[in-house]
Design a protein around this ligand. Structure first.
Ligand SMILES: Nc1ncnc2c1ncn2[C@@H]1O[C@H](COP(=O)(O)OP(=O)(O)O)[C@@H](O)[C@H]1O
Ligand SMILES: [Mg+2]
Length: 304
């Protein structure tokens, strides 16, 4: 074998090696391309799925929006219904009350004892109905944000003093005390005086209603930057499991003596709603047989 032949062999060998390398590179490229293709395919199918989910979400949102619209419409209809029916109910009740009062005053001639008793029952129940209708009206207006609030800086101490003066007789009739504990200096909060008066009157009414011994104390005190107002009684108290429920509409604890003290169960719902509109919080502490205290708080106004 001459030198040339040997070189040609070497070259052939190198060429074969090169060919086999390029073959394996090609097959590697092919496999990579196919894996890339399958990945692209998967991405495409993910994309399709994502688009479907997005469309689904859009549909659901549309459904929710339309349901919300219907709910708002129903809510408005309900408020309107309450507003119309309460008005229609109140219209005939007002002359019934007036006529009963006229009979009782002796305007239509003297009444014997039985007739007087009967008229008094009529008057009491008419007043209860009127009260319930007023409460329903107030609550519907509060829900619909149709009750106007007139905020101003007011002296809560003066307001409490006025409530106690106005309601003292009511407590005396039950042989219990009604007193206040407030500082002589004015204590200012930013609120609607009429509505806050209503809150304190409602809480005091309850306190008197559910207290047979001892009495009721209304307090206002400063605590850090807040004014805490409390209505405390030494009455029948509430079982622990009622404390979360008493602010709900129509809820009345049966106190083991099912509903003998009258009322509609709307008072505290109104109180809570009024205070919520003020940004104020109400809470209650009570022990069965030991008495109840309702608290609500307001930020203190400087200078007060
Ligand atoms: N001071 C209180 N002591 C004991 N129970 C109370 C007191 N205040 C409220 N409650 C309970 O909470 C319920 C709801 O009160 P409220 O909404 O004012 O309704 P109402 O006075 O018309 O019954 C009452 O029926 C009563 O069971
Ligand atoms: Mg009440």
């Amino acid at each position: 074998m001459d030198e040339n032949e040997a070189r040609i062999r070497e070259d052939r060998k190198a060429l074969r090696q090169l060919l086999s390398q390029s073959e394996s590179a090609r097959s590697e490229l092919l496999s990579k391309t196919s894996s890339l293709e399958s990945k692209t395919h998967r991405i495409e199918s993910f994309k399709k799925e994502a688009l479907e989910i997005l469309q689904d979400l859009k549909n659901q949102r549309q459904q929710l929006e339309s349901a919300y619209g219907k709910l708002t419409e129903l809510e408005n209809m309900k408020d309107e219904f309450i507003s119309i029916t309460t008005h229609e109910l109140k219209t005939p009740l007002t002359p019934i009350k007036l006529q009963t009062q006229m009979w009782l005053s002796g305007l239509y001639g003297p009444l014997d004892e039985r007739q007087q008793k009967s008229m008094k029952i009529m008057l009491r129940n008419t007043e209860r109905l009127l009260h319930l209708i007023d409460d329903l009206m107030t609550l519907a207006k509060l829900n619909a944000h149709k009750l106007k609030f007139e905020f101003q800086d007011l002296d809560i101490n003066q307001l409490i003093t006025d409530v106690v003066t106005d309601m003292k007789e009511q407590a005396e009739e039950k042989n219990i005390y009604l007193k206040y504990e407030v500082s002589e200096k004015p204590l200012l909060i930013h609120a609607d005086p009429q509505r806050i008066m209503q809150v304190i009157v409602d809480l005091t009414n309850n306190a008197i209603k559910f207290t047979d011994e001892g009495g009721v104390t209304i307090k206002a005190k400063q605590q850090r930057g807040y004014v805490i107002i409390s209505v405390q009684d030494t009455g029948i108290g509430l079982p622990q499991n009622d404390l979360d429920n008493i602010f709900k509409r129509f809820y009345q604890s049966d106190h083991g003596i099912t509903r003998t003290r009258g009322g509609s169960g709307l008072g505290l719902a109104i109180v809570k709603s009024i205070l919520t509109r003020h940004g104020s919080r109400i809470w209650v502490e009570s022990k069965k047989g030991r008495g109840t205290t309702f608290y609500f708080s307001f930020p203190k106004i400087h200078g007060g």
